[in-house]
Design a protein. Sequence first.
Length: 184
Amino acid sequence: MTSSPKPKISTTFVLETNRCILRYPSHNDAAVMLIAFTSNEFPKDLPLGLIISLDEVHNWIDRCQTGWADGNMYSWVVDFKPDHSLLGQVTLAQMNEPDAWSLSYWIHPNHWGQGYATEAAEKVLELGTDTLEATKFWAGTAEWNTSSERVLEKLGMLHVTDNPQGYNIQGKPIPTKEFELTLS
């Protein structure tokens, strides 16, 4: 038995939280994203921390838009409701396992520690469950990133393993902690 195709989400679909609006990524976001990625505070051992030019940001936005069109990756830009300033981004990406999606997010360093990642990710997980019919979510965080680990725990995700190989940045493995949320 094969699973039925999941509904695709319209690019005009917007999610709202108490403080945030989550929307489709636009090339108009590139300059603000570049400022975040090149900030001294943005970790350079994260893949987005290696982005140093507007062309690279535009390429990244293109990949986000392609994933959305294909229905296998939804990346929402997180804007602050009162002034629509860009706070960060949250993504759900389809995994190989049926009904399983990976969660990733980043918040502009100027807005760290204010709960935006938790608020936005919680809304995206809700959509993943209700609309994409996800039954499992996965996320990984670099071992040093205790703030991200706290976000995942607040979302109800459980630490399942430590991965010494994690992901690679310029040929160097970055160890990760991996988390899951399985819904019955």
